[in-house]
Design a protein around this ligand. Structure first.
Ligand SMILES: NC(=O)c1ccc[n+]([C@@H]2O[C@H](COP(=O)([O-])OP(=O)(O)OC[C@H]3O[C@@H](n4cnc5c(N)ncnc54)[C@H](OP(=O)(O)O)[C@@H]3O)[C@@H](O)[C@H]2O)c1
Length: 272
């Protein structure tokens, strides 16, 4: 089932060969001197629970969970942090006192940490999110709690509507009506779709962006998303979010928050 039977930490997903998590956690371990063996595990789609049970029965102390298992992980946990309970999605597991499994979601706090680092976000900002998938579930509570108002635009309207109903008790959240006559400039636009197509429904009128609008693409590929690239100059991909969600997981496991700038810059330089 596992390549090396002795590791204590791992990321579980399918597919997993693209994962940068082992490299990031290896860096955190060296930098903090915390002994932290970390592997990636490709899990057959119908064997997630049996893999986790075996891992935690053997040497497992903590895990990261990536697509498509974050909602299954939510159901697997014995206890949840508040942000995981609200997101109904888990990307971090910790075996506590050898007794129970705690589930957390560090995606949203990871994104917020990177937006703060980049100076892309302020309280009361108006944010447009493109997409309404699992990742958006993780980022809404931290963004709303920070004091921002959120608008969602998604290919499938009903998926966005479900999120608005679920999260409206935590702050100002609405469906974005791109045909609205009331033109306002967004402070920040976040691409949380897994496939950006410049001719698709996520295109909006230029009157919704200004020279101060920031654009954050949660994906981390080499090529910049062509979303108003000639108008929006403050832009970033999602490498920083990836590193910060890992750093918050590391903190949950070891109570030490690792340094993040060096690995963010190194991954950005080496992006394929
Ligand atoms: N940087 C990080 O640390 C980090 C963390 C988490 C996720 N991510 C990235 O964020 C992205 C979203 O992840 P997820 O877990 O939310 O995925 P997901 O649950 O599969 O959701 C995908 C979203 O993209 C939309 N979409 C897919 N294909 C589209 C197309 N051709 N045109 C328009 N919209 C399309 C879907 O719309 P429908 O509702 O209409 O299907 C849905 O809103 C992924 O690329 C993932 O790698 C990055």
């Amino acid at each position: 089932m596992f390549k090396n039977q002795n590791f204590n930490y791992a990321v579980f997903g399918n597919p997993i060969n693209h994962s940068k998590s082992p490299e990031i956690h290896g860096f955190f371990s060296n930098q903090t001197n915390v002994f932290h063996t970390y592997e990636s595990v490709n899990v057959p789609l119908d064997e997630f629970v049996s893999f986790l049970l075996k891992f935690f029965k053997k040497h497992g102390k903590g895990a990261n969970i990536t697509a498509p298992f974050k909602q299954e992980a939510y159901l697997f946990c014995d206890k949840l942090t508040e942000r995981a309970r609200i997101a109904q999605s888990v990307n971090t597991l910790k075996k506590v006192n050898n007794k129970y499994i705690l589930g957390d979601n560090t995606d949203g706090i990871g994104l917020l940490s990177d937006l703060i680092r980049l100076n892309f976000i302020k309280k009361n900002n108006s944010i447009l999110i493109l997409g309404a998938g699992g990742a958006v579930r993780g980022i809404l509570f931290p963004l709303l709690s920070f004091g921002c108002s959120v608008f969602i635009l998604n290919r499938t309207l009903s998926n966005a509507e479900k999120l608005v109903v679920q999260f409206s008790k935590y702050g100002k959240i609405n469906i974005f009506d791109k045909n609205s006559s009331e033109k306002k400039h967004f402070d920040l636009i976040i691409n949380a779709t897994s496939k950006y197509d410049k001719n698709n429904e996520n295109n909006i009128d230029v009157s919704f962006v200004s020279s101060k609008t920031c654009f954050y693409d949660m994906n981390y590929h080499k090529y910049d998303t062509p979303f108003f690239s000639s108008y929006i100059k403050k832009r970033s991909n999602g490498i920083g979010m990836l590193v910060f969600q890992a750093a918050h997981s590391f903190f949950l496991w070891h109570n030490i928050f690792p340094e993040t700038n060096y690995i963010i810059n190194s991954l950005k330089r080496n992006m394929k």
